[in-house]
Design a protein around this ligand. Sequence first.
Ligand code: HEC
Length: 119
Amino acid sequence: MKSVLPLTLLAGALACGDPTGPQTPIDGKKIYDQYCARCHGFDGGGVPEVPAANGRLNNAILMQQKSDQQIMGVIRAGKPPAMPGFAGEFTEAKLMVLTKYVRELSLPTAGDAKPAASE
Ligand code: HEC
């Protein structure tokens, strides 16, 4: 009974999970929707299953008190025990784009403020 092979395969799969090259634009919404929305909701307002996260990321007053560095710090370290840390999960560039997107969630005009995409 040797279980070495499956473990090796798993480690390999985890290690090469991100083929993103420098040419690929980083999509903050995509990262947020994948990693954060299950607790914070797609609009930052939270989900019923995680009451502690309700009304935070969409709260302009709360979010304005935080610097980008503080937001990135929370994402890296998490907020034990309620929020897991994501240190090592994102490159520095992704972290910055994600933080920018998180900020947009609490802008009063979120959704309307973006310039219309050119066809
Ligand atoms: C498992 C649920 C969960 C996930 C996943 C999660 N969070 Fe959180 N997050 C929370 C909870 C709960 C809090 C409030 C914790 C507290 O203050 O005690 C929080 C707090 C925060 C805060 C601080 C807000 C404040 O009021 O101080 C930020 C910023 C944040 N999360 C961003 C993110 C981002 C960005 C992601 C995705 C990378 C993410 N979170 C993923 C549950 C989660």
